[in-house]
Ligand binder design. Structure first.
Ligand code: PBG
Length: 323
């Protein structure tokens, strides 16, 4: 009790603050998302995500070199195919956009750990994450295609696959196919607790994956639900997930914390597009100190329990953290 206890003693100067600081972020924590598109020499800024680009493979390779030189160990690839169709065939085409990008990036920067987003929505003309039947996304018919997509990414040289579709049973389907095809050493990071979030708005511009009818609420989770996240995560772990992800991050810190304290498995959190755009916009307006807000957000996601953070801020943050 006061005056015996004075919490301010341990805040007196930066040295003692450094000594008692509980949470530190480093570039090691980050996975940087890349949007790869067709063509050559393309580097088109995404208007709602300043500093992020749709890039052709040659430009993505240059970016990959810069990313790795900043100390960021990993990227996650999203593909924007030239043609989309009902079955999302670009997703599991061995010469597809992501497959081509994987090979080029692994050739140029072999140490960079390449993860791929496994989903249908960037490749289907209707923009949903699976196959449509009778106006709905058919769960079981989508599983085979996701498994083919994951195998195709592995064949191209991906280090890890990350299914983001939210179909039931997809982790097991992907694990079985990877193992059968000789990729038993490729880990799965599942988007395990993925919410139907309005924070994905800018991403859909970036990946050109806006659903052409309806929304994703019949497969992504209801933002109001906390316990359900533990059920989703438990099922994915049972099915063979090696890392589980909570997405989005900032409005779901409670969920990150729950998952971290319940399961002994690495937890990833996706600091999504809308979370990035809000900070960039307010920074541009001069309403906030963008760098400090960015670092505070990333620190809070780690403090909540995330071991890994997927973030569009990775390069900006690494530049500051590297001093
Ligand atoms: C694909 C996918 C999405 C994101 C990652 N993978 C969008 C969605 O589900 O609509 C969102 C990423 C972000 O907003 O940064 N299913």
């Amino acid at each position: 009790m006061f005056p015996t206890h004075r919490c301010r003693r341990l805040r007196k100067n930066e040295t003692i603050r450094r000594m008692v600081r509980q949470t530190a972020i480093t570039p090691d924590d980050f996975i940087y998302p890349l949007f790869v598109t067709y063509g050559k020499g393309v580097r088109k800024e995404i208007s709602s995500m300043p500093g992020c680009y749709q890039e052709s493979v040659d430009e993505a390779v240059k970016n990959a070199k810069e990313i790795y030189s900043l100390g960021i160990p990993s990227i996650i690839l999203f593909g924007i195919p030239e043609h989309k169709d009902e079955m999302g065939s670009g997703a599991y085409d061995d010469n597809g956009i992501v497959q081509t990008a994987i090979k080029a990036i692994k050739d140029a920067v072999p140490e960079l750990y390449v993860i791929t987003d496994v989903c249908m929505c960037e490749y289907t003309n209707h923009g949903h994450c699976g196959i449509i039947e009778k106006g709905e996304v058919n769960n079981d018919k989508t599983l085979g295609l996701l498994a083919m997509e994951a195998v195709s990414h592995a064949k191209a040289g991906a280090d890890m696959v990350a299914p983001s579709d939210m179909m039931d049973g997809r982790v097991a389907a992907i694990r079985n196919s990877l193992d059968r095809e000789g990729f038993s050493e490729i880990p799965i990071m599942s988007y395990a607790a993925k919410y139907a979030s309005a924070f994905y708005g800018p991403f859909r511009e970036a990946a050109e994956s806006t659903p052409q009818f309806g929304d994703r609420r019949s497969y992504q989770m209801d933002p109001a639900n906390r316990r359900e996240a533990l059920r989703e995560v438990a099922l994915d772990i049972e099915e063979g997930a090696d890392i589980v992800m909570v997405k989005p991050a900032l409005s779901y810190l409670d969920v990150i914390s729950d998952v971290k304290s319940t399961f002994a498995i690495p937890v990833a959190a996706y600091n999504v597009s809308g979370e990035y755009s809000l900070v960039k916009a307010a920074g541009k307006m001069g309403w906030i100190d963008e760098d400090r807000v960015m670092l505070e957000i990333l620190t809070s996601i780690k403090r909540a329990g995330a071991d890994i953070i997927l973030t569009y801020f990775a390069k900006d943050a690494a530049k500051i953290l590297n001093g």
